[in-house]
Design a protein around this ligand. Structure first.
Ligand code: T6T
Length: 315
């Protein structure tokens, strides 16, 4: 409960002892702005961030755009900046299109931490926390190569161009697949972060390449949609599918044998570490510019042992 506010010079100190910014904001408040609302990766991130914020004595709000794009995320960010929280944890939906609005938040004196995705411009955020996405793409290539017996055409289904994480995964995959001479990459196709579009890509690719051996789906929507596409084409298990992330649906698909491997990230860890960095910056303590979190390839055989990596639908 925030008590009545009394003005003390440039600061506002509430009767509950909270210290506020001169702009009327609350330095003990953090806001998480994920890439999109109601998505298990970001929900799990929010759970981790909330727990950590409570431990450190911070309040954490989450404000999410309805669509994964800069046009939806910018007004959310602008609204948050107007309230001047001490720190913002943001997953930029585009590596360049989000640069200006995030710079404005920084210029307003708010501590900026990137969680998961990042801007190309590394001078804006104080800290960036993510998986090693390029390495994750390479891990997907090695996993898929084994599944297809080192031969045949393979396809990458990516989400949206300009998303730092998934672009790095696709790049890591394409680089690593070159070391398997029996495998040909059919290249990268984009599903706009819509599962239905990923399913259509699979249908069209199978029509043109009936010998398709494998698919790497770079994120949750790509993998969920690719599984649907394979099911529609009656190619389940025949075309091997490796997907990034571990949503409840993806885990079901793994259990059912629709997907052969999932590369799970640690979104809760990303959220928690994001809070640690924002709090350190607010308190004038040292911050770490780049932090990498865990990733693991999970198959049906070891899924029970690795259930702690599965993403949540609610905290
Ligand atoms: O794969 C995650 C995240 O790492 C990526 O940046 C965007 O897509 C997800 O949120 C899953 O949908």
């Amino acid at each position: 409960v925030i008590g009545a506010m009394v003005s003390v010079g440039a600061l506002l100190v509430s009767c509950s002892g909270q210290v506020s910014n001169s702009g009327g904001g609350d330095s003990k408040k953090l806001v998480l702005i994920p890439g999109v609302a109601d998505e298990p990766f970001y929900i799990s991130m929010q759970c981790g961030a909330q727990d950590e914020a409570a431990k450190l004595g911070y309040k954490l709000d989450t404000q999410a755009p309805t669509k994964f794009d800069a046009g939806s995320q910018t007004p959310v960010l602008t609204g948050v900046v107007a309230n001047k929280p001490g720190g913002i944890l943001i997953a930029p939906t585009h590596a360049t299109a989000m640069a200006n609005p995030i710079k404005q938040a920084k210029d307003a004196g708010i501590k900026i931490v990137e969680v998961d995705t990042a801007l190309d411009d590394t001078s804006v955020a104080l800290s960036s926390i993510s998986s090693d996405n390029k390495k994750g793409g390479a891990l997907a290539a090695q996993t898929l190569a084994k599944l297809v017996g080192d031969k045949g055409p393979v396809l990458v289904i990516n989400t949206k161009a300009g998303t730092s994480t998934t672009d790095a995964r696709a790049q890591g995959f394409e680089d690593a697949v070159k070391s398997f001479p029996g495998i040909t990459s059919l290249g990268v196709q984009y599903n706009n972060n819509e599962a239905a579009q990923a399913a259509s890509i699979v249908t069209a690719t199978l029509a043109a390449h009936p010998d398709l051996a494998g698919i790497f789906a770079t994120n949750l929507s790509s993998a969920e949609g690719a599984a649907t596409g394979l099911r529609n084409a009656n190619k389940l298990g025949q075309v091997k599918l490796v997907g990034f992330d571990a949503s409840p649906k993806q885990v079901e698909d793994l259990k059912a044998g629709t997907v052969q491997a999932l590369i799970a990230q640690d979104p809760a860890g990303i959220g928690a570490k994001g809070v640690d960095q924002a709090a350190a910056a607010i308190e004038g303590k040292p911050v770490t510019r780049n932090i990498q979190t865990d990733m693991i390839a999970i198959t049906q055989a070891d899924m029970d042992a690795n259930s702690k990596y599965f993403y949540k639908r609610k905290c």
